[in-house]
Design a protein around this ligand. Structure first.
Ligand SMILES: C[S@@+](CC[C@H](N)C(=O)[O-])C[C@H]1O[C@@H](n2cnc3c(N)ncnc32)[C@H](O)[C@@H]1O
Length: 220
């Protein structure tokens, strides 16, 4: 599928899919969205801890890179598993402006290392950040009680409704340990019903700029 690089409202880049009229991040601001949905409402709940994270859709690596930067501030060690069936190319990554927009020149090598990391293997990105990129389809996920936090960042319901199904959320629920969370930018009624059906409790939180609401699901 054709992919184009575009700029979002906060100045950060994202990938646009013209055939689907869909973006990898919010057009209202890729970095703002990632920080609000996944960091403020997810990662920050685990200050000072070791956190194992499952990301649904590794894509450009923006969420992974922001997690690396924020985990330094929250004093966390991270095991990060990013699932991605259609990896972005090095040429595309090179066109992302996350290093400059995040003022992260000194960590530019980290972003590179994340993209160069071998697939399906644990790769030590830094002393406190272990990355595993898994090149599989979401419906192949079969982890059991492995993760503290899921970043559910699939394309929207409009274009991939099958990824917002009860079947997928059951896999997510099973992949999480007890007392853990799933965060997503979405806030659609049918998504909440699927989450409830598999056993999550669900909070509606204020959304990132440009979106009214988002969900955080909790597994007891
Ligand atoms: C919204 S984007 C993720 C953006 C990413 N989190 C980032 O920070 O750039 C959704 C991702 O899911 C991937 N994807 C779509 N369908 C998939 C599937 N069935 N299995 C695995 N990956 C899939 C896409 O290739 C895309 O990278």
């Amino acid at each position: 599928m054709k992919r184009e690089i575009i700029q979002t409202s906060d100045g950060s880049t994202t990938i646009h899919l013209p055939e689907w009229n869909e973006n990898y991040h919010s057009k209202h601001g890729a970095i703002q969205e990632a920080k609000h949905v996944f960091i403020k409402n997810g990662l920050s709940l685990f200050e000072g801890k070791s956190v194992s994270i499952l990301e649904i859709g590794f894509g450009t690596g923006l969420n992974a890179f922001i997690t690396y930067l924020e985990a330094l501030k929250f004093n966390q060690s991270i095991y990060y598993v990013g699932v991605e069936a259609y990896p972005v190319s090095f040429e595309e990554v090179a066109q992302m402006n996350y290093i400059s927009e995040l003022d992260a020149k000194k960590d530019a090598a980290i972003f590179q290392k994340m993209h160069q990391a071998e697939w399906n293997a644990n790769v030590k990105i830094s002393e406190k950040f272990l990355l595993k990129k898994r090149k599989i389809y979401f419906n192949e996920i079969a982890d059991n009680q492995e993760f503290d936090l899921i970043y559910f960042d699939a394309f929207g319901y409009r274009v991939q409704p099958e990824l917002w199904s009860t079947e997928i959320f059951r896999k997510m629920y099973e992949a999480l340990k007890n007392d853990s969370y799933l965060v997503t930018y979405a806030a659609r009624g049918s998504v909440k019903r699927s989450m409830l059906e598999v056993g999550f409790s669900v909070e509606k939180l204020e959304g990132p700029p440009g979106k009214r609401e988002m969900f955080r699901a909790y597994k007891k």
